[in-house]
Design a protein around this ligand. Structure first.
Ligand code: ADP
Ligand code: ASP
Ligand code: MG
Length: 411
C-alpha cells in the first residue's frame, strides 16, 4: 500500500465531466489500496477570469485582496471533486490551504510555503478518507490568505508529498509527460522517460511551464519522487530523477525551452568609470525588479553601452528607473524593446561536450536569425532573439540537436 499525492491541473478539472473522470481515476487507485491525497487547480480559465475582474477595478490590484479572490477558484474544485468521490461511495473531505494550515510567508501573489501541518491529513487518511486539498494557496502567520504564484498548485502537490513523505507525487496534466520542447510549438517534440531534477529546474526556469519552478526545487530538496502524467491517457509519463545516467547514449541536449515574458533595456553612451554596473543596476534592484541577462559592451571613446532584460511586467517601471539613472550619470539615451524572446538549450550532457554553443549559433545563423544577447552556464545556453523568429528558432534547434521524433509510417 502506497501513499500517493496526485495533482490535477486546470484543464483536467475544467468541466463537471472532467471532474467526474478524475473522481473515477482516484477511486481506482483507492480501490487498489493506496492512500490518496489529491491537489486540484481551479477550472481552466478561472484564475485568469478572476484576475480580469480585479483589473476592471484597478490596473494594479492590492495584492492581499487579489489573493483573497483568486484563491476561490480552487475552493470550488476541491468541493466538487469531494462531492464526486462521495457520490461514488469513496469517503472524501476537502480542505482549503488555510484549513490544512499550509503556512506561507506574507508575499502576496508569490508566497513561499514555510510549513505544513499534516495532522488533519494523517487523521483523515487513517480513517480511510481521500483528502482533497486546494492547490496554489496558503495562509500567513497573521491569518491572511496567500497564493503561491501562477502554476502554484504543482508546488502544493510536491510540498504535501514532502510533508507526508509520500511514495510518489504524480502531476496529472494535459500532456503525457515532459517533452523535449513544448509540443504546442514543436510538433516533433518527444516525450522523455526521465529527466534529472537539475535539467527540469533549468527547463522550468527558462520558460517550460509544465511544472512550476518551485515545485521542482522542493522535489529536489526533499527528494520527492515526481512524475508528470496525462490525466486521462494511460502511460508511464516522465520521471524526474536524481541520477544522471552515465550511458554513452546520453543526449547532449535534453530539451529546448523558451520564454516570451522578458523585455530588454539599453542605456547608451554611459561614461565608463568603475562602479557603472552598480550605478545602473542598484536602483533597479531597489525598485524590486529582477534582472535576468546582462551585457556590457567594450568601452569606446570612454563611453559604453549596457543592456539587460527584465520581466515584461516590470518593463515600464524599469524604464522609468533607468531614465532617472541616465540623467544622473550623464548617459546619452535609454532605449527599450519588448518584442524579444529567449530561447535556451538545456542538458547535463553539455558538461562533457565541447562546441555545443557554436552548433546552436550555427543553426540560428542558417535561418538568418540574429542573436542579440547570449548567456551560458554549465548545462544551458540561452540567446535573446526577435520574438517573431521564436517558433522558427525553437524548431530549427530541435532538428539541429537531433531531438525530432522519427517520422511515423506514412508521413
Ligand atoms: P496544468 O493546468 O495541468 O497545470 P499547464 O498548462 O500548467 O497545465 O502545463 C502543461 C502545458 O505545459 C502543456 O500543455 C504544454 O503546452 C506546456 N509545456 C511547455 N513546455 C513543455 C514541455 N517541455 N513538455 C511538456 N509540456 C510543456
Ligand atoms: N490556478 C492557478 C493558476 O492558474 C494555479 C495552478 O493552476 O497551478 O495559476
Ligand atoms: Mg500548471
Amino acid at each position: 500500500m502506497a501513499l500517493i499525492v496526485q495533482k490535477f491541473g486546470g484543464t483536467s478539472v475544467g468541466s463537471i465531466e472532467r471532474i467526474e473522470q478524475v473522481a473515477e481515476k482516484v477511486k481506482k487507485f483507492r480501490d487498489n489500496g493506496d492512500d490518496i491525497v489529491v491537489v486540484v487547480s481551479a477550472m481552466s480559465g478561472e484564475t485568469n477570469r478572476l484576475i480580469g475582474l480585479a483589473k476592471q477595478i484597478s490596473e494594479q490590484p492590492v495584492p492581499r485582496e487579489l489573493d483573497v479572490m483568486v484563491s476561490t477558484g480552487e475552493q470550488v474544485t476541491i468541493a466538487l471533486l469531494a462531492m464526486a468521490l462521495i457520490k461514488r461511495g469513496v469517503p472524501a473531505v476537502s480542505y482549503t490551504g488555510n484549513q490544512v494550515r499550509i503556512l506561507t510567508d506574507s508575499s502576496f501573489t508569490k508566497a513561499r510555503i514555510l510549513q505544513i501541518d499534516d495532522r488533519k491529513l494523517r487523521t483523515d487518511l487513517k480513517a480511510g478518507r481521500v483528502v482533497v486539498v486546494a492547490g496554489f494557496q496558503g495562509v500567513d502567520e497573521h491569518g491572511n490568505i496567500t497564493t503561491l504564484g501562477r502554476g502554484g498548485s504543482d508546488t502544493t502537490g510536491v510540498a504535501l508529498a514532502a510533508a507526508l513523505k509520500a511514495d510518489e507525487c504524480q502531476i496529472y496534466t494535459d500532456v503525457d509527460g515532459v517533452y523535449t520542447s513544448d509540443p504546442r510549438v514543436v510538433p516533433k517534440a518527444q516525450r522523455l522517460d526521465k529527466i534529472t531534477f537539475e535539467e527540469m529546474l533549468e527547463m522550468a526556469s527558462l520558460g517550460s511551464k509544465v511544472l512550476q519552478i518551485r515545485s521542482v526545487e522542493f522535489a529536489g530538496k526533499y527528494n520527492v519522487p515526481l512524475r508528470v502524467l496525462h490525466s486521462f491517457q494511460e502511460g508511464p509519463g516522465t520521471l524526474i530523477t536524481i541520477d544522471e545516467e552515465e550511458s554513452m547514449e546520453q543526449p547532449i541536449i535534453s530539451g529546448i525551452a523558451f520564454n516570451r515574458d522578458e523585455a530588454k533595456l539599453t542605456i547608451r553612451g554611459v561614461p565608463d568609470n568603475p562602479g557603472v554596473a552598480f550605478k545602473i543596476l542598484g536602483p533597479i534592484s531597489e525598485a524590486n525588479i529582477e534582472v535576468d541577462m546582462i551585457v556590457q559592451n567594450i568601452a569606446h571613446d570612454n563611453t559604453t553601452d549596457f543592456t539587460f532584460t527584465v520581466h515584461r511586467n516590470d518593463y515600464l517601471n524599469a524604464m522609468r528607473v533607468l531614465e532617472n539613472t541616465a540623467r544622473e550619470i550623464g548617459a546619452r539615451e535609454v532605449i527599450g524593446d519588448t518584442d524579444i524572446a529567449k530561447v535556451s538549450i538545456v542538458g547535463v550532457g553539455m558538461r562533457s561536450h565541447a562546441g555545443v554553443a557554436s552548433r546552436m549559433f550555427g543553426a540560428l545563423a542558417k535561418e538568418g536569425i540574429n542573436i542579440q544577447m547570449i548567456s551560458t552556464s554549465e548545462i544551458k545556453v540561452s540567446v535573446v532573439i526577435e520574438e517573431k523568429y521564436l517558433e522558427l528558432a525553437v524548431r530549427s534547434l530541435h532538428t539541429a540537436f537531433e531531438l525530432d521524433a522519427p517520422a511515423r509510417q506514412g508521413e
